[in-house]
Structure formats: structure tokens, C-alpha cells
Design a protein around this ligand. Structure first.
Ligand code: GLN
Length: 428
């Protein structure tokens, strides 16, 4: 059986491909050369499975999506107390490049706006670090998040450095308030190079999933940051990641996110997923138009709004057992997107060599709509592979299990399930 998740993503991407409006960033001249029709989506579950569709090998610079990760590096290196002396955690409600500091403390309001990010960059690799070593440190740190060696796009960095008055004025402002000590040119160079690290949409999804996974990179298994740092970073992304659109974003989409002027966008669902999109045309606030639309759809279709809580966290697949001519797959708990994804990944990695497959729902408490859709789709595909598909659903948690094509799995009776259980020897 082939997992249906890439098909969902493909459909979603095709639906959003016609999104009009927006302009490619041109204040960094090199960015204006990008093909505006590039489009890709990637999802990384916290079990390390990565799904992607579209132009998923297209490389682009990370830009402001670097900010949460450099903030994480600073927190790891210096601890929250020291980092809070340099940058606050309040949403600014202002544009990303606003010239603003807190009236009373003189600190930037948060690490997601440029003023805060430039200040945070100065903390990395020791506050006395020369710029090249600081940038190497950040590149190495990001590479561990991505699980592969990343590089800097120097053409984009040089292009930005030729048009960098705004960020230079921010650095001067930070110096005048003693938030940073570095020469303004050096401060901006370090920050701009951090923004010019090149990624693709899969890298971003895995990096985001590392935050969602409490700091453990889900593919390599390496712990990169502590769980408390991962929580801090995602909390700040939730309140300030989308700048002056942060409030509307959090209420409608409900996924902590960060965008970049290259057209990338990443999001985290704590405990569940990392998400990423790439589409270069931006709205007036510097967020990818198609990316935002895809995030909105993903949130609605897959029930990903952070505030729409549902009980989850138990092992989804309780057992997969061959009994007589049956493979019995017993699942449990509440089946939302990530539970359904775990079900799929275990089912697809299991070599089914019986004619009949029974999905045992006796321990399932309920489905949300995407969980239901995915499990039905899995059954449809099993039937398509020539299996006889049965469902054991004594509590009717999956009413009307139409497989989407007017066919239904066979209902397994209590007697039959009992018979199989007795053949196998009872399981508690
Ligand atoms: N390097 C860009 C800048 O400072 C990043 C901005 C962004 O992605 N929002 O202008």
C-alpha cells in the first residue's frame, strides 16, 4: 500500500497553485531573479517521516526563518536570563524592519523582528567572536537541524549588503542604546549572512519538526536544543513570528510560524509536525501569499489549529498480528492527523502476507475528520491492492465507512473477532 499523504499534499498544492497576487521581494536585488511560479510543500512528522511535493529541491535563502534558530542558539549558549537582557518576548505588531525599541528598557521587543534578530546574532559564539567564526558557528548549528551540511549563498548576501541601509540604521540604534557593542557594519554582516543560508522546503520542515519534537532532530535522533529552549522559541513564534499579522494568523491558522522574504514559510505543531512551504510572491507584510493560503488550508483540512485541542499522545498502533488468514491491526486512542500518520507509516512498513486485513477499532475513542479520511483511504488502498478489508468497530466510532468510492469494508462480527483472539491467545 502506498501512503496517501503525498497525494493529499499534491491536491492541496494544485488547489493553491493558482493563487494570484503578491510580488517577489526586490529590495534585495538578487531575490527578484527567482522564478515566481516555484511552489512546494513539505511536512515532517516527529517520527522523522518527511513528505514533500512540488519544487521540493529548489533552493532558496532562509532569510527571517533563521531568526527562531539563532534565538535557540543564543538561549542554549547563554540561558534565558541573559538573552532576556538583550531582547524581550513581546509581540511588536509592527513590520519586520521597523525601527523600534521598548520605550522603557531600550531593548528590541522580540527576536523575530530585525532589531531583535541583529541583537541576538551578536550573542552567538561568545560576544567577542569575530564575524566569520560566528557565522560558521550558526551554519554548523543550522546544519545539525537540517541533518545535512548547509551552505551560504554569498551572491544573495552580497546583494543584500549593497542595499542594507535599513538594517544598518537598526544596528546603529542598537549600539546607541548599548544593546550591542559591535561595529554596526559587522553586526549587520553577521546577521545578513545568517539570512543567506540556503535551504529547501524539506530542510525547513525537518528543522521545524526538531522544534516541534522538543529539540530532538527527528531524522538523525540528535538532541540539538533542550526541551525548554524548543518551547521558548515556539512560544515566541506563536506570538510574534508573523510580525504585524501575528494576531490574525494565530486566530485563523493557529500554527506557530515564521516567514522569510525569499518566499519560504515554516510552522510547528508541538509534539506533532514541522511544516514548510515555498512560493516567492509576497503580500504587503512580507509573507508568501500562496504559502499563507496553504497553511490556512492545512490547518482547516487536517485539524492542526493549536487551540483546537484533542487528546493524543498514546501509541496509535497497539499491535499488528497475523492470525489465520487475517492480519489484525489494532489501533487505539483519538485518531487525528499525526495518529493517522503513525498508523500509515507502521502499516506501510509491515509486509502484509495474508489475504484478509482487519482494522480493529475497539480501543479507538474517536476520529477527527482528517483522521477518519486517512484511515478510510488506507482501507481503500488495501482493497485496491486486492486484500479483503474488514473493520471491527463495536462502538461505532467510524460510522458509515464509505471508502470514498461507494464501497465499504466488511464489518467483522464480535463472534469472528473473538474466534481470532482465541486462535491467537487473548491479549490484555
Ligand atoms: N535579510 C532580510 C532583511 O533583513 C530578512 C527579512 C525577512 O525575511 N523578513 O531584510
Amino acid at each position: 500500500m502506498r501512503t496517501p499523504i503525498p497525494d493529499y499534499l499534491d491536491e492541496l498544492m494544485r488547489d493553491c497553485a493558482g493563487t494570484r497576487g503578491g510580488n517577489v521581494a526586490d529590495y534585495i536585488p538578487e531575490l527578484s531573479k527567482v522564478d515566481p511560479s516555484l511552489l512546494s510543500v513539505a511536512v515532517c512528522a516527529t517520527n522523522g517521516h518527511v513528505y514533500s511535493v512540488g519544487d521540493d529541491t529548489a533552493k532558496f535563502t532562509i532569510q527571517s526563518m533563521s531568526k527562531p534558530f539563532v534565538y535557540a542558539a543564543a538561549l542554549e549558549e547563554h540561558g534565558l536570563k541573559r538573552v532576556l537582557e538583550v531582547v524581550d518576548v513581546e509581540p511588536s505588531g509592527e513590520a519586520f524592519n521597523e525601527l523600534s525599541l521598548d520605550d522603557e528598557t531600550g531593548r528590541p521587543l522580540n527576536p523575530m523582528i530585525n532589531a531583535g534578530a541583529i541583537a541576538v546574532n551578536q550573542l552567538i559564539n561568545g560576544e567577542e567572536s569575530p564575524v566569520p567564526e560566528r557565522v560558521d558557528y550558526i551554519l554548523d548549528f543550522f546544519s545539525r537541524f537540517a541533518g545535512r551540511e548547509l551552505t551560504i549563498n554569498h551572491t544573495v548576501a552580497d546583494s543584500e549588503l549593497e542595499h542594507v541601509d535599513r538594517n544598518l540604521s537598526l544596528a546603529h540604534m542598537l549600539r546607541s542604546y548599548d544593546v550591542i557593542q559591535d561595529d554596526a557594519q559587522d553586526a549587520v554582516r553577521g546577521y545578513v549572512e545568517q539570512c543567506s543560508i540556503e535551504v529547501d522546503v524539506r530542510d525547513l520542515a525537518v528543522m521545524a519538526a526538531t522544534l516541534a519534537n522538543g529539540g530532538v532532530q527527528p531524522v538523525t535522533g540528535e538532541r540539538i536544543i533542550s526541551a525548554s529552549v524548543a518551547r521558548q522559541v515556539q512560544a515566541v513564534m506563536a506570538s510574534a513570528g508573523m510580525y504585524d499579522a501575528a494576531g490574525r494568523w494565530m486566530t485563523t491558522v493557529g500554527i506557530p510560524a515564521k516567514s522569510g522574504v525569499s518566499g519560504g514559510m515554516l510552522g510547528t505543531l508541538p509534539g506533532q509536525l514541522g511544516l514548510a512551504t515555498f512560493s516567492p510572491p509576497l503580500d504587503g507584510k512580507g509573507n508568501s501569499v500562496a504559502g499563507a493560503r496553504i497553511f490556512r488550508r492545512l490547518s482547516q483540512d487536517m485539524g492542526l489549529h493549536l487551540m483546537a485541542t484533542e487528546p493524543y499522545g498514546v501509541q496509535t498502533v497497539r499491535s499488528i498480528r497475523e492470525i489465520d488468514t487475517f492480519t489484525v491491526v489494532r489501533i487505539q486512542g483519538h485518531i487525528n492527523f499525526s495518529a493517522a500518520e503513525r498508523f500509515l507509516s507502521q502499516l506501510t512498513s509491515h509486509d502484509i502476507d495474508t489475504q484478509c486485513v482487519a482494522i480493529d477499532l475497539a480501543r479507538v475513542s474517536g476520529f477527527n475528520s482528517v483522521g477518519r479520511r486517512i484511515v478510510l483511504e488506507a482501507m481503500r488502498r488495501l482493497a485496491g491492492d486486492g486484500r479483503d478489508v474488514f473493520v471491527y468497530d463495536p462502538d461505532e466510532v467510524l460510522p458509515d465507512p464509505d471508502l470514498g468510492d461507494g464501497t465499504y469494508p466488511e464489518r467483522m462480527s464480535d463472534e469472528k473477532m473473538l474466534e481470532l483472539q482465541e486462535l491467537h491467545g487473548n491479549e490484555s
